[in-house]
Write a protein that binds this ligand. Structure first.
Ligand SMILES: Nc1ncnc2c1ncn2[C@@H]1O[C@H](COP(=O)(O)OP(=O)(O)OP(=O)(O)O)[C@@H](O)[C@H]1O
Ligand SMILES: [Mg+2]
Length: 257
């Protein structure tokens, strides 16, 4: 799904990692660990294309949808909780409008679609139905909020009225509603309340796609990860294994700065 090979990243005079590589497969639940400033967020930025490496290659299956829960995911304002969850799904609406227009032209005997347009229509429809669930987005948003213990009475409250842990849930819902294949989570457990942490862990465990999670939280890594990527002095080391307790021990020995 996602493959990094021989990637070198240099910031100013500092080489963050040299010739690093890994392969992320469907269903992997990966803990990405390493000390502060090691380059964990940089790995995410490389994957989503916000940063380009000095050298090396990053290849990503064009069909996958990546959801990025960044370290700043909790910053939001000016909308209700439900609206906030639907912001990213806005593109569903846009695709819906395009489909509608193409369907309209298809039905018009004076008009009709070219082969290229038919192909475009097929692709749009696939994206609409598969990743975005098209017509049911709002219902899905509501179901996801409910699942994160944000009930109907709170859907219309302004996001500012929610505290950190609750904002985190809204931010997570905003991503889950897109039904991504891969979820990149950057230190979501910074929101320290225990209930939110549990809710988040459960949501990630239930998520049936791939997870790449940055966390300093041993409990989280222990209960979620079946692989570990560790950035250590400019090297990126990957530990394989499904339910391997030695692997997990390794994850637990990572220094917590
Ligand atoms: N655009 C940039 N230009 C120069 N240096 C940068 C840039 N972005 C990040 N850095 C530096 O690169 C290093 C790696 O940053 P990164 O944010 O990836 O680390 P991290 O492992 O996510 O850290 P943390 O655990 O604190 O979130 C840091 O030392 C940071 O100061
Ligand atoms: Mg970071």
């Amino acid at each position: 799904m996602i493959n990094l090979s021989n990637v070198t990243v240099i910031h100013g005079k500092r080489t963050l990692f040299k010739n690093a590589g890994f392969l992320i497969r469907p269903g992997d639940k990966i803990g990405l660990v390493g000390p502060h400033g090691a380059g964990k967020t940089t790995v995410f930025r490389l994957i989503v294309g916000e940063e380009t490496p000095h050298s090396g290659e990053i290849s990503i299956n064009a069909e996958i949808v990546i959801g990025y829960f960044s370290q700043h995911a909790g910053e939001m304002s000016g909308r209700s909780a439900l609206e906030e969850v639907l912001t990213e799904a806005g593109k569903v609406h846009r695709i819906g409008l395009q489909l509608h227009e193409l369907e309209h032209r298809m039905a018009d005997p004076e008009d009709g679609l070219s082969d290229a347009e038919m192909e475009h229509y097929g692709k749009l429809q696939e994206e609409f139905m598969h990743h975005l669930g098209g017509y049911e987005t709002k219902t899905r948003a509501q179901t996801i909020l409910n699942g994160l213990s944000i009930g109907p009475d709170r859907w219309d409250q302004p996001v500012e009225a929610f505290s950190g842990g609750w904002k985190m849930r809204i931010a997570l819902a905003r991503i889950l509603v897109l039904q991504p294949d891969v979820l990149l989570c950057d230190e979501p457990t910074n929101y320290r309340d225990v209930a939110s942490r549990e809710v988040l862990l459960e949501a990630l465990q239930e998520f049936d796609g791939t997870v790449l999670l940055v966390s300093h939280d041993r409990y989280f890594l222990h209960h979620l990860a079946n692989r570990v990527f560790e950035i250590d002095h400019g090297r990126l080391v990957t530990y394989e294994g499904d339910d391997d307790s030695s692997l997990r021990k390794r994850a637990e020995t990572v220094p917590v700065a």
